[in-house]
Structures are given as C-alpha cells and as structure tokens.
Write a protein that binds this ligand. Structure first.
Ligand SMILES: Cc1cc2nc3c(=O)[nH]c(=O)nc-3n(C[C@H](O)[C@H](O)[C@H](O)COP(=O)(O)OP(=O)(O)OC[C@H]3O[C@@H](n4cnc5c(N)ncnc54)[C@H](O)[C@@H]3O)c2cc1C
Length: 490
C-alpha cells in the first residue's frame, strides 16, 4: 500500500486527504460563547490542545469588559484598567511580562480598600479646599477601626446584614468612632471607594462576605498601554466569529447545538459558556433542557454591580500633579473620584468613575449630559477648569452584552454562589469573572476561570473519546516562561 501510494501521487494525495478528514472527524470540538478574557483564555487553551474551537462573540469587537479605546489617538480603558496583584503569582503576569507591557503601580497595598497609597490621596471639599493630608490619614485609620468593629458585629449576628447597617450598629456602640464635619465627609469618601470596589452601594453589600475574596500580593498597577494587547495576543489564530449573538444552547448526551441570532447553528462535543452574569440573569440565552434549579438560583442570587467611566480628554493639564482627585461630601453618593491618567500615561486625561446607584443614574443621561455632569464635579474643586476637548462615556449597566460591571456578594446569600456558577452541567462548562471563587470581578480571575473550564472540558471530552494521552495539557509552555513585570511610578 505504502509503495503504491509513493508511485502514484494522485492516490497519495487522496490518502492524505482522507487521513486529514479522519483526523478532523476524530478531533474533539468545542464552542466557546463569549469573547471576553475568560472565553478567549478557554479558546486559546483548547486550541493549543489540538481541539477544534470556534468562539462566538455577540459584539463586533473582542475583549468584553476589557475595552481599550483609541479614538483619542492613544489607549484608554473603558473597562478594566488595573492589574490587581502586581506579582509573579498573578496568572496574567507571564503574558504581560513577555509582551513588555508597562504597569504603573498606584498602590503597594494588598487590600480591597486602597487601590492608591495614602500619600497620593488629594481630597477636596465642595468649595475647592484641599483636605489636610493628616486628616485624610487619620480618617483612613478610623475607617479601618470601624471595619474591625463590624467584624465583631459579624461574629455576633447569625443573620447576614449590609455593610451600611453594620456601620450604624458600630456607631451606636462606639459613639467615639462617629465623625463630624469634614472628617465625616472624608469617611464617606472612603465608603464611596469601597462601594467602587464592589460597584455597589453599602446597603446591598454583604457583611458576611465582603472580604472573602483573595488578594494577590504586589498591590495594584495600571496597564499603561491598555489591556487590549493581552486580549489580541491570546486570540491569535483562533476561529472567532464576531457579531454572533447566541440565543439558544441545546445539550444532548453526545454534544451541544448552539444557535445564534440569525438562525445559524453550530454543533460540537461541548460548549464553554463565558457570557457575563448580567446576560445569564436576563435569560436572553435559552438553555434546553433548562439549567438545573441550583444553577438558576446561583445566577439569580449573585449580585452584579455597576461602575462606569467618563473619560475626559483636555487640551492640557491644569490640575495638581497627584494620582487622583477626590471630592468629599455629606454622603458617599455625593462623593467623586477622578483618576489622573496623566500621572501614569503622560496624556491630559481624567477619568470620573461613579459606582452603584450613582452609576445607574448617570447611565440615564445622554453622553453629553454625563460628560457635563462629571465636568461639573470637577469644576467644584477647580473652578477655572477648561472644558474637555473630547469625552467617552461607558454604559456597562445597560449594554445588552454586559448588563452590569462585575459580580459581588449581596446580603443574605452564600459565598459559594461563585462555585455553583462554575460547576459544569453535562457537557456545558462555565467561565467568567462571576465563576471565580478566589478572584471574582477581576481580569486575572476571569482569565483563570477560562483556563480552568478549558481543562475540565478537555478531560471530560477526551474521556469520552478514550484518548486522554493524545493531546497536550492545556497549560503549555506559555505558563512556564517568566519575564519580570515592568513596574513604574513616575
Ligand atoms: C468599569 C469597569 C472597571 C473594571 N476595572 C477592573 C480593573 O481595573 N481590574 C480588573 O481586574 N478588573 C476590572 N473590571 C472587571 C473586569 O473587567 C472583568 O472581571 C472581566 O473583564 C470579565 O471578563 P469575562 O470574560 O468574565 O466577561 P466579559 O469580558 O464581559 O466577556 C463576556 C463576553 O460575552 C459576550 N456576550 C454577551 N452575550 C453574548 C451572547 N448572547 N452570545 C455571544 N457572546 C455574548 C460579550 O460581548 C463579552 O465579550 C472592571 C470592569 C468594569 C466594567
């Protein structure tokens, strides 16, 4: 047979063709739904493990809640912009290091409360007077004591309550911790930043669970050139279909059938569902048979918060040379936060970041009104501020591709919801930030869930094929190459 094929090129071609065909028939296949960091990480891993992979993404762009915009002529992130955990243990560190992407560290602290070091705090009252640094530091320390006291409340109460309720119990018990005047407003600002971390208001954040996520060492670093290069690198060579909004996922014992908006269908051995929690909550993707009750309950019970960015581009810098400008107020709702991108990138840009109810209210405005609103907050502290020359407004809460910014624990719901969201259902695997038990609401957490779902899927599919040793493990050489991170503080 072999010698015959050598002597007859036509027959040899035919054999090769049928070999390829057979190989392709045998090659396990997976559909990845959602082209955010989690979906792309899963697709990359399975592609590298010789699976046939197709990734279906509803938008006309990749990245999801990683969205680097270049319309100002330089990169600005409308979604994620920090690497939380600037250290080699961060699962994204090898890739960021290899790409030589610089990071600007805003904080060396590993807490969820401080994404900026205390010395870079520049807070102002509504009249534009800067709050003395000593007061900012003292109130910061008082805030930590209050949180320690809330821990005692947590131990005593069998039922979960909100962070806000816990604060008022602490103030009833420890009147000495109550602050007045300017100090009270600074405290509200700290609360406002805490709400920003969860993208939710203090009256909805769970006292039992607020500090359950893990924090990597190394503090918080801004991706100076934006997050998109990470997405683009991971996506290289993958069969990606943009503008493919999935509407239905049918699972059978021998595979899955996925339907997109225009009626086109895709079949494969398994699927990885990496759409946001907000999209799952909205039930715009139908599952057949329906998802088990425990999965549906987890989708319903886990919270999804809103944080937005209003990015203001000015002709030149007219603000103080600090990492951020904060406006303190009587309530956390009234406080403001402007990230000074000029510090990290050299471009004259301020990013206003409302969260929770304020973010929801700002989303009801037109882009122009939202940009004006942000500018008015700035005018309160810098009356001579010149008008922005350009602006961009994000709408993560109402965008049908996200329907929220990131997940958080709401009052009275168990912390194991993240795990329940992750657990596969037959040949459906789940990935995305809301399935990350250790690092929910983050890019590196979402990335890890993609890699993990890919590994679970690979094992499951290959067990069925009975060919476990034929394919490479999903974590290939990339993970082992270590290049140090480029970290700066200008
Ligand atoms: C304003 C903001 C600031 C943030 N800041 C930070 C930060 O500084 N650092 C950090 O670590 N994290 C941050 N995060 C969180 C981080 O961005 C997310 O945790 C992470 O990007 C989520 O990735 P994902 O893959 O789980 O989801 P996504 O990125 O949302 O990906 C899901 C994908 O599914 C697609 N999709 C939706 N519906 C369908 C459908 N029916 N069919 C097909 N595709 C569909 C979406 O278009 C999207 O591309 C921030 C988020 C926001 C919104």
């Amino acid at each position: 047979m072999e010698s015959r094929s050598k002597s007859n090129p036509q027959l040899r071609r035919a054999l090769c063709y049928s070999d390829v065909n057979r190989q392709q028939e045998r090659s396990p296949s997976v559909i990845v739904i959602g082209g955010g960091i989690a979906g792309i990480a899963a697709a990359r891993a399975l592609h590298d493990a010789s699976f046939q992979v197709v990734l279906l993404e509803s938008r006309e762009r990749l990245g999801g809640r990683v969205h680097t915009d270049y319309s100002f002529g330089f990169p600005v992130d409308l979604g994620a912009s920090w690497l939380h955990g600037v250290c080699k243990e961060n699962p994204l560190a090898p890739l960021i290091g290899r790409l030589g992407l610089p990071l600007y560290r805003t904080s060396g602290d590993n807490s969820v409360l401080y994404d900026h070091d205390l010395e870079s705090y520049a807070l102002f009252d509504m009249d534009g007077n800067q709050v003395p640094q000593e007061l900012v530091t003292n109130v910061g320390e008082a805030f930590e004591v209050i949180l320690q006291e809330t821990d005692k409340v947590r131990q005593e109460f069998s039922e979960d309550i909100s962070i806000l309720r816990a604060f008022s119990i602490v103030f009833e018990r420890r009147p000495d911790l109550r602050l007045d005047g300017l100090a009270h407003k600074v405290l509200q600002w700290y609360l406002c930043r805490m709400e920003g971390w969860f993208a939710a208001d203090a009256e909805t954040i769970s006292l039992k669970c607020w500090d359950q996520e893990e924090l990597l060492p190394g503090g918080h670093g801004l991706m100076v050139r934006g997050y998109l290069p990470v997405i683009n690198t991971l996506a290289k060579g993958i069969d990606i279909r943009l503008g493919h909004r999935v509407t239905k996922i049918v699972r059978r014992y021998n595979g899955v059938k996925v339907t997109v908006e225009n009626g086109k269908t895709f079949v494969a051995d398994a699927a990885i569902v990496a759409v946001p929690l907000g999209v799952l909550k909205a039930k715009t993707v139908k599952f057949e048979p329906k998802l088990p009750d425990w999965k549906e309950a987890a989708i319903a019970d886990l919270g999804v918060g809103i944080e937005n960015k209003i990015i203001l581009h000015f002709e030149k810098v007219f603000w103080p040379n600090v990492e951020f400008l904060g406006v303190v107020a009587e309530t956390s709702y009234g406080c403001s936060y402007f990230l000074n991108l000029h510090k990290a990138t050299g471009y004259p840009v301020l990013v206003y970041m409302p969260a929770g109810q304020l973010a929801r209210d700002v989303e009801k405005m037109s882009d122009e009104a939202a940009a004006n609103f942000a500018f008015l907050q700035l005018k309160k502290i810098l009356p001579d501020a010149s008008n922005p020359i350009q602006y961009i407004v994000s709408r993560w809460g109402t965008d049908i591709n996200s329907l929220g910014s990131y997940s958080y624990d709401t009052v009275g719901k168990p912390h194991d919801l993240y795990e329940r969201l992750r657990v596969p259902v037959d040949n459906l695997f789940f990935a995305g930030e809301a399935t990350s038990v250790s690092y929910p609401g983050s890019v590196h957490g979402a990335y890890s869930t993609g890699v993990m779902a890919a590994e679970d899927c690979r094992m499951r599919v290959l067990e069925r094929y009975g060919e476990l040793d034929l394919f490479q493990p999903v974590m290939g050489e990339e993970a082992s190459v270590s290049v140090p991170l480029l970290i700066s503080r200008l």
